[in-house]
Design a protein around this ligand. Sequence first.
Ligand SMILES: [Zn+2]
Length: 146
Amino acid sequence: MPIRPEARWHYPIDWPQISQRVRFKITGPHGAGRCWKCGRPHGREVKILADGRWFDSDQGTWRDDNGQPAPWPDIVEACRIRHSRIVLATCHLDHDPQNNKLKNLRAWCQRCHLNHDRAQHRLQYRITIMLRRALGDLFLGPYRRW
Ligand SMILES: [Zn+2]
């Protein structure tokens, strides 16, 4: 996930090197260069089902969100297969970009990263809406609900 420009200075100057090391040098539970949670490989396009199962072409099996073998899809599910290119990102477990201890960092794919940050994103969304309403109140009078 790209870093917002206003948050860039919360990250250390060597963040690209730290992120590179976590994603590709440190071996996670599923190997280096793979998501530490679900095992999806970086840079590869994988088949994905709506419930999060994905096809591991190296092992020739379907896997669940935790990287464990999962049942094959039935014909209805197979008709809804999507293809997605996996991009690993380094994630802070505590959402604090200044806490860069290795035990606070994880290399996760976009799905696992978004699932982990969901509550934080909802909070940020609410703050953004409140700020926009406050700006509207400042220049256009009190915000009216319809
Ligand atoms: Zn993942």
